[in-house]
Structures are given as structure tokens and as C-alpha cells.
Design a protein around this ligand. Structure first.
Ligand code: ATP
Length: 901
């Protein structure tokens, strides 16, 4: 059925405007159609460079604006439209004129202020014929004001303390401002974001863009967090411009975004979401695009995003400026051809640097068996409680499980996690919390590996080997950013060492080998076991984590996969028994099928993709030519000496108050902890990347795994056995096999509890003893001094020569009593957080308070965040208890004195 569209407008519209109006054309009040007039759609409708097909709804809606000037009665997605009916609002003449005047006045004012500046800037950048050419040498650029940048941008930069450009900004900005295509490469944390945001603002300013003009610049980022970060910086520095900025990432409301898209000048987005808008948002086109930026270009152009990016690039006009930035820039001709770059300028400021990673970054690695990783991580966190740490793990499920476990075990600092299976609002919350915190640990997958600029991260710990050296560079780049220092620790399996170290060496990444001091690694296996036994969800997650890690390892590195002691690794995650590895069976089957039938390349899928997040890519085929580097012989010699004299150790230890105190001293954490055993020096060589592909059909795998899950659930159904007399018998062996022997687990928990309490008691006893001795010593000295001054008469009053011994005995008795009470309360409160009636008395206010803390801390987020407070309160509590002990000692002394007298 033919369809009529009614378009309501404040002003009469011309037919061409209504049908195929260009967003850059403002509505004209004069002329146009009469209200209520029905117009047939002309067969050949043309305006400027744009051709519109009659009846194409997009062309009708393309005039859409969200600034209130037009509104449509209907938003139509139907085809077959052949006529439009235009209607004006029933506005009085005055209102029409007032509105229009306002707009005109604003434009006039803007023109007056901006035009001379735009002209001056343009002259500096592109001097007209006859004008002297201004050559700006990057070396001469000391401050941003030396560059032809608008006042609005300069003020925005200054307001956020950006006054001196970094190397990459100095080298690339002139090209960017002049409109060249750029391939920018610089170390992590060197300020690449401003190097592409400034040219965007300046180009749109010089072209007099306003929000109603629609999208003119696109920044594509690989992750939502990175997109948000760039959007945040853009908002800050572009605050004074009359431009609109929009963040378009997954996890937001598509419809709300769609409404704003038409009036957004700079869109910062992730590839998937952008494509969704191209496909689903009526009226959204990129016809007016002037600048395209690919942040982390090598990542965006490879594997995971390949098809999406190809589709996006097809929708973009070829006539545009393209800027590509990354710390590991692609030089692949194929990639560049896809982007239709025009004479791109390669700006690589650190290419000739001695090292690929920041000079202020200390890099070490340790060798650790799979089953020791959790203990190592725990011990590391306990000994770095006053640091901000980013821990990288290989897959989401492992990240989630370790996060749950660590939160329950309270390492003494805030525990957070970030991975691709989290909801968007949770991801953003974690991003902000970790940015804000001074001391925290963030467990993350590679979703946090690139671009994120968390302030002052002290440590980057890679618990699992990165896929390749590029990922390594980006991961460690989360610390030691912009003139700050940082430390990185890479944990390798013995089988991974040779290749990884060699790859790093080739890539000019200096790394030092350390050895772990086994003595100081705290064993938490039993705690994990208890947790798994007490909570089914925990156990399930442990199993999932186990399978996920094994699968990732299987796909990425078969040799390492085979070297893993599966049972020991499962036990280290708290599992009684190692779950079966179903993917081994599957891959065997698929292997035979693919051999027989010869699967085509596009039928093959990466098995690992299921385990890793949606946005993760496999190894790229970037190659980088490295320059010669001088070896630091002096440094090497020193290291050799160190090895001889000290021997290799890495001490984590540290679960005592003394350590806590030490940790307060920033920078002292690692003193004496690490000893160098090997220094990997870097040599220049061209890096070759390898690609691992495995075959399996994604859908059928998912179906199968769902069926398996159901089967697993069936297995959990309890089998009831009866003895000869018909009584129910308990089948312990089966429970144990399933990891469900609750009684045994409870017993294990109780044992562990006892051990923990004992340890705690010892510690407190030791601490009290030391303090008591000190106090006693002080008193004795005071006593001696006093005695020297006292008369013989006073000595007679004090009593016999046994007096002093009696006093000491009494004090010791009272000490013993007090300490026992303390021990019980502190032990039970700290370990169980349970109620203890005896601690309700007035004499014991401290444990009660702590118990309340413990109860409150059951709310997980709050819980970990208040850990530091709990720790410090615990110390205060100990002091209160100590004061009470001393008071009792004094009471005892007085009592004795009274008795004697
Ligand atoms: N000119 C400047 N003056 C002062 N600080 C700057 C300047 N440019 C950038 N920074 C700061 O340096 C830090 C790193 O910048 P940015 O995130 O742009 O680095 P990057 O090179 O993109 O890093 P990555 O490769 O990890 O993405 C940020 O905290 C930023 O605020």
C-alpha cells in the first residue's frame, strides 16, 4: 500500500530539503511549500553530490535533526514511500522570527571571532602563494603554543596541564594539522592520544563545524574502556569548542545513541558498535567524514576485527585523512592498502631507542610451575599490599575465579577484576575504582592490556605468558607511563622460558631473571580447597577456570600443556580431582575429520576464542626492524657478581605485622626480595611471529558443551545405597570423587582454622612479650633511678628483698591471663568472624568492634575496600589490648604494694 509521510517543521520546507536535505544546509524560512501540501517524490532528486533514490526512506529521514528544529510524525523504516506531506508547526509569527534571529546572531558572533583566527592558522599551515613559508622544525617546538593551534584548544590543553608536547606529539602534530595521513608509533605511555585528538579538533574548527553538521571525525578503539578514556580526554581539551562529542560502545542503549549520532561531530567508538549503527540506525551515514583515527591500529586491523573493519571501511568516504597510532605499529602493506592511505607519513619516534619498552620500567621474570602460580600470586600480593598492581591472566574464567578466591581470602588490599564477560556498567565501575585507588590489585585479561592509562600503577604482573611480544609490550606499558617509573614481573612455565626470553631479546626488551625463594611462598592450597568444598559455585568456577586455562594452553603452546602436572594444578585451584579435558577428545575427532575432509580455511576457528574475550586477537604478523643496541657491559658484570655473591632468590614471605610496617615505606617492599640470576640483553633482529590455528566448529562445540553441562548436573544427583537391613548407606568414595565430601572438607577447614589461629596467637604472644619486656626494662630503669634518690626509710616501707620478685611473678600471672583472653578473641574473630559471648564484656571492647567489622565486610565490594582499614584497626586494637595489659600489671603492682604495707 502506498504510504504518505507527514513531516512537521517549524518552517516551510522545500521539497528537495525535505527529501534529501543536506545536514549542512540550514532550513530556510523563505519559500518552500505550504503547510499541509502533499508532494510527490520526484524521480530524480539531486542535491550537491548526493543522489537519492525516490522512495528510499533514508533519504527522507536524512534531513533529520535532533536539535528540535524538525520533528517527524513517524519514524519509518518501510520502503515503498512515494510521497511526503509537509506541515509547519502552528507557531505564531513572532516565535518563528525570534528563533531564527537568535540563530543568526549566534552565527554572526562566532564568525566575527573565529574567522580571523582560522585565517591566520590556515596561513601558517598552508601559506598562500607569495607568502613566506613557515617551516616548523619539531626540535624547535618547546611548548604547544609554538604550533599553529587554535586558542580554544590551547586553553583546553593548558587547563589540564598539557603545556609541553611529548616526542610523538612534537613529531607528528604538524603533519596531522596539515591533513596528512600518519602512521604513528611510539612507546607506551608516551602521549599518542593527544597526537590524534588535537588534529581532530583543529580540522573541525578550521572547517567551522557545529553539532548540526553531524559526524566529521571517527576514532575507533579496540576496547570500550579505551574508547571511554579517549572520549574523556577529548571532552577535557575540546571543552571550549562548539563541537559535539559522542561515545559509542557496546553495552549502552542503542536507540539513545542513535538519536544522538546525527548531531555528534566526533564519534569515539568500538568497531562492533559502529557497524551496528551503520546497519541499523536510519539516516546514519559517514558521508561527511573528514578524519578517521584507528587507535591501537595494529590490533584493530587484525584477526578479531577484520570482517567488522572491512565492512566499516566500505561505508567510509575515501576522501579523508587517516591517522593510525600504536606502540606496535603495523607496516603491513595489506593493512595499509585496506585503508586507502594517501602518501602516509611514518612517524616513529623511538625506533632507534635502545629499548622498545620505557626506560623507566624494571622488567623481571621468574620460573614457576603451573601448580605454584596461585601460591606465588598470593604471596606476591601479601608482600605488596601498599602498591597498585595490575595482574594479567590468560582467560576470563580464571580471572573470575581468582578474583572470587582472593576476595574471600583478604590479601590486605582492594581486589578488582576486569574481563570481557562482565557487564558494561561493572567494567566501567572497576575502571573508575582502580583509577581512583592508591593500593589495589586488578586481575584482568588482555582487555586491559592496551591503551589504558590508570594513574600510578606500580606493578604489572603477568601470571600467564602473553601471546606474543606485542602483547607483552602493551601489558607492561600499563606502568611506567609518561616519565613515571614502574616494575613488571613475568611468570613463565619452565617450558616457556627459552622461546619467550629469546623473543624478548630480539625485540629489544631487557629483562632480568629472578628466582623464587620457596621458603617464603605461602601455601594457600588448603584454603582454596576449603572454599571449594564449602561453596558449590566456587567449586564449579574452579573447574571452569581449570578447563579454561588448560584449553588456552593447549591451543597456544602444546609443549607447555603437556608439561603441566594436571592433578597438582587442579589441587592448587582447590579441586580434589582434576576434571576431564573434553576438548582433547573433541580436537582428536575434529583432527581426523579435517584430515579426511580437508576443512577450508574459513571453516576453521580458533578454539581459544571461546575462552578468551570477544575482543581478543591472536598473534598478528607485524614485523619490526630493530636497530643495533649497545650492550651494557658494566651492568652485566655487576649482575654476574651479584649472582656469585648472593645466589638467586625471590622472597615473597611476609604475613606479619613487621612486614606491614616495612611495606609502609614506599619502595622498600622489594628490598632483599629479588636477586638477579640472569640478565637478558637485547640484540637487534627482525621479529617473526607465529600463528597457531586449530580447527573446530564453534556452534556444534557450544551445543556439545551445553549437553555435557547437563550431563554433569545429572552426575551430581545423589546415589542412595542401602545396606542389607535396608538402612541408607553413605557412599563416601563417590562424594570424594566429585569433590563433594562435605564432612571431610569441613574437617579440613577446621584443621586449617586451627593452624591459622595458632599462628595468629604465636604472633600476638610474641609481639606482647616484646612490648612487655621493653616496658619492664623502662620501669626497672626508672625504679633504679628513683631508688638512688630515696632514703633508707622508704626502703624499709617497701618491704623485704623478695618484694621485687613477688611483683614480677604477679605481673607475669596477670600477663598470662590477659594474653590468653586476647589470643582467644583475636583468633576467633579474625579467623571466623563469629560471635563469641565471652568477648561481650566491657573489658574486651576491641574484639567486639572487630567482629562487627568482619560482619559488615561480608558485602563483597565494601569488604575488600575496607581491608586496609581493618588491618590498621587491628593494629590499633592490639595497642588498646596492650594498654589494658599494662594497666592490669600496674594494678597488680599496686595490690602487692598495698598488701606489703
Ligand atoms: N604533553 C603532555 N604533557 C603532560 N602529560 C602528557 C602529555 N601527553 C600525554 N600526557 C600524559 O601521558 C600519559 C600517557 O598518555 P597516553 O595515554 O596518550 O599514552 P599512549 O602513548 O597512548 O599510551 P599507550 O601506548 O599505552 O596507549 C597520560 O596520563 C597523559 O595524560
Amino acid at each position: 500500500m502506498p504510504l504518505h509521510i507527514t513531516i512537521y517543521s517549524k518552517y516551510p520546507l522545500k521539497c528537495s530539503e525535505a527529501l534529501c536535505g543536506h545536514r549542512r544546509y540550514s532550513p530556510r524560512p523563505q519559500g518552500g511549500t505550504k503547510c499541509g501540501e502533499i508532494l510527490p517524490i520526484p524521480m530524480d532528486c539531486r542535491l550537491g553530490n548526493h543522489n537519492y533514490i525516490p522512495g528510499d526512506v533514508r533519504s527522507i529521514l536524512s534531513h533529520g535533526r535532533t536539535d528540535g528544529m524538525y520533528s517527524y510524525k513517524k519514524s519509518l523504516l518501510d520502503t515503498g514511500v512515494f510521497a511526503v506531506k509537509l506541515k509547519t508547526y502552528n507557531l505564531c509569527q513572532n516565535e518563528k522570527t525570534k528563533d531564527f534571529r537568535k540563530i543568526q546572531e549566534k552565527r554572526k558572533k562566532k564568525k566575527e571571532t573565529d574567522d580571523p583566527e582560522i585565517e591566520a592558522l590556515s596561513t601558517r599551515l598552508w601559506p598562500p602563494f607569495g607568502h613566506p613559508k613557515e617551516e616548523i622544525n619539531p626540535g624547535d617546538i618547546k611548548v604547544f603554543t609554538d604550533l599553529p593551534i587554535s586558542k580554544k584548544t590551547l586553553e583546553g590543553l593548558k587547563a589540564h596541564n598539557f603545556t609541553t608536547p611529548t616526542d610523538i606529539q612534537r613529531e607528528s602534530l604538524m603533519f596531522g594539522l596539515k591533513g596528512h595521513d600518519i602512521l604513528g608509533a611510539a612507546k607506551t605511555g608516551s602521549g599518542k592520544t593527544l597526537a590524534f585528538l588535537i588534529p581532530i579538533l583543529e580540522t573541525l574548527f578550521k572547517q567551522r563545524y557545529t553539532p548540526s553538521f553531524g559526524m566529521a571525525a571517527l576514532v575507533i578503539s579496540p576496547t570500550r574502556e579505551l574508547a571511554f578514556q579517549s572520549y574523556d580526554v577529548l571532552k577535557k581539551i575540546g571543552k571550549l569548542h562548539d563541537l559535539s562529542f559522542g561515545l559509542v560502545t557496546g553495552g549502552m542503549h542503542l536507540r539513545e545513541e542513535a538519536q544522538r549520532m546525527h548531531s555528534t561531530n566526533v564519534v569515539i567508538c568500538t568497531p562492533g558498535r559502529l557497524l551496528q549503527h551503520f546497519e541499523q540506525t536510519p539516516n546514519f551515514t559517514a558521508d561527511e567524514l573528514k578524519i578517521l583515527v584507528l587507535d591501537e591500529a595494529d590490533r584493530i586491523l587484525h584477526m578479531g576485527f577484520k570482517d567488522t573493519m572491512n565492512a566499516i571501511l566500505e561505508s567510509l568516504p575515501k576522501q579523508r585523512q587517516t591517522l593510525l597510532f600504536s606502540a606496535t605499529q603495523t607496516k603491513s602493506v595489506k593493512d595499509l592498502a585496506r585503508l586507502s592511505l594517501k602518501k602516509p607519513i611514518y612517524v616513529s619516534v623511538h625506533e632507534k631507542a635502545k629499548e622498545t619498552t620505557p626506560a623507566t620500567l624494571d622488567q623481571r621474570y621468574i620460573i614457576c610451575e603451573m601448580q605454584d602460580k596461585v601460591n606465588t600470586l598470593w604471596s606476591f600480593l601479601r608482600s605488596h599490599r601498599h602498591k597498585k598492581i595490575l595482574v594479567f591472566l590468560s582467560c576470563c574464567k580464571q580471572t573470575r575465579y581468582l578474583y572470587q578466591v582472593l576476595k574471600k581470602m583478604h590479601p590486605g588490599l582492594t581486589v578488582l577484576c576486569l574481563h570481557g564477560h562482565m557487564k558494561q556498567h561493572q567494567r566501567m565501575e572497576v575502571y573508575h575504582t582502580f583509577s581512583r585507588k592508591q593500593h589495589a590489585v586488578l586481575l584482568a585479561t588482555d582487555v586491559a592490556a592496551r591503551g589504558l592509562d590508570f594513574p600510578v600503577v606500580n606493578w604489572v604482573v603477568q601470571m600467564d605468558k602473553p601471546e606474543n611480544t606485542d602483547t607483552y609490550i602493551h601489558r607492561v606499558g600499563r606502568t611506567a607511563r609518561y616519565e613515571k617509573s614502574g616494575e613488571a614481573l613475568l611468570v613463565l612455565l619452565p617450558s616457556e622460558e627459552d622461546k619467550m626470553v629469546e623473543d624478548l631479546r630480539k625485540r629489544k626488551i631487557p629483562i632480568v631473571k629472578l628466582k623464587v625463594s620457596k621458603k617464603r611462598v605461602f601455601d594457600v592450597t588448603k584454603k582454596l580447597e576449603s572454599l571449594c568444598a564449602s561453596e558449590k559455585e566456587m567449586k564449579d568456577n574452579a573447574q571452569k577456570a581449570f578447563l579454561s586455562v588448560m584449553k588456552t594452553l593447549y591451543v597456544l603452546d602444546k609443549a607447555s600443556f603437556q608439561s603441566v602436572d594436571v592433578e597438582a594444578f587442579a589441587a592448587s585451584l582447590g579441586l580434589v580431582q582434576a576434571p576431564k579435558l573434553p576438548f582433547l577428545e573433541k580436537s582428536k575427532k575434529i583432527g581426523t575429520v579435517s584430515k579426511k575432509e580437508g576443512l577450508a580455511g574459513d571453516q576453521k576457528v580458533h578454539m581459544v576464542a571461546e575462552e578468551q574475550e570477544d575482543e581478543k586477537e591472536s598473534d598478528g604478523n607485524t614485523s619490526t626492524e630493530d636497530e643495533d643496541s649497545d650492550e651494557d657491559e658494566e651492568g652485566e658484570e655487576k649482575i654476574r657478581k651479584d649472582i656469585k655473591s648472593n645466589g638467586p632468590t625471590l622472597n615473597f614471605g611476609v604475613i606479619s605485622d613487621e612486614d606491614d610496617e616495612n611495606n609502609d615505606d614506599e619502595g622498600k617492599d622489594d628490598d632483599g626480595i629479588y636477586k638477579v640470576i640472569k640478565n637478558v640483553t637485547v640484540e637487534p633482529e627482525i621479529l617473526g611471529h607465529e600463528k597457531i590455528e586449530l580447527v573446530e566448529d564453534g556452534r556444534s562445540r557450544k551445543k556439545k558443551s551445553r549437553a555435557k553441562e547437563k550431563l554433569k548436573l545429572l552426575k551430581y544427583t545423589k546415589r542412595v545405597m542401602f545396606d542389607e537391613e535396608g538402612n541408607v548407606e553413605k557412599d563416601d568414595s563417590e562424594d570424594e570423587e566429585q569433590g563433594l565430601n562435605i564432612d571431610a572438607a569441613k574437617q579440613r577447614m577446621r584443621d586449617q582454622d586451627k593452624l591459622d589461629k595458632e599462628e595468629q596467637r604465636k604472633r600476638i604472644r610474641e609481639m606482647h612479650r616484646e612490648k612487655r619486656l621493653k616496658q619492664k626494662e623502662k620501669r626497672r630503669i626508672a625504679e633504679l633511678e628513683k631508688r638512688g634518690q630515696e632514703t633508707e626509710e622508704t626502703e624499709v616501707i617497701l618491704g623485704s628483698a623478695h618484694g621485687e620478685n613477688e611483683i614480677e611473678d604477679a605481673v607475669q600471672d596477670s600477663d598470662v591471663e590477659t594474653n590468653d583472653e586476647d589470643r582467644n578473641d583475636i583468633g576467633s574473630d579474625q579467623m571466623n568472624g563469629s560471635d563469641d559471648a565471652s568477648s561481650d564484656s566491657d573489658e574486651e571492647p576491641v574484639p567486639k568492634r572487630r567482629r562487627l567489622e568482619a560482619e559488615e565486610s561480608d558485602d563483597d565490594e565494601e569488604d575488600t575496600e575496607s581491608d586496609d582499614e581493618i588491618d590498621s584497626e587491628a593494629e590499633e586494637d592490639d595497642e588498646v589490648v596492650e594498654t589494658q595489659t599494662i594497666a592490669r600489671e600496674e594494678e597488680a603492682v599496686l595490690a602487692l604494694l598495698g598488701g606489703n604495707s
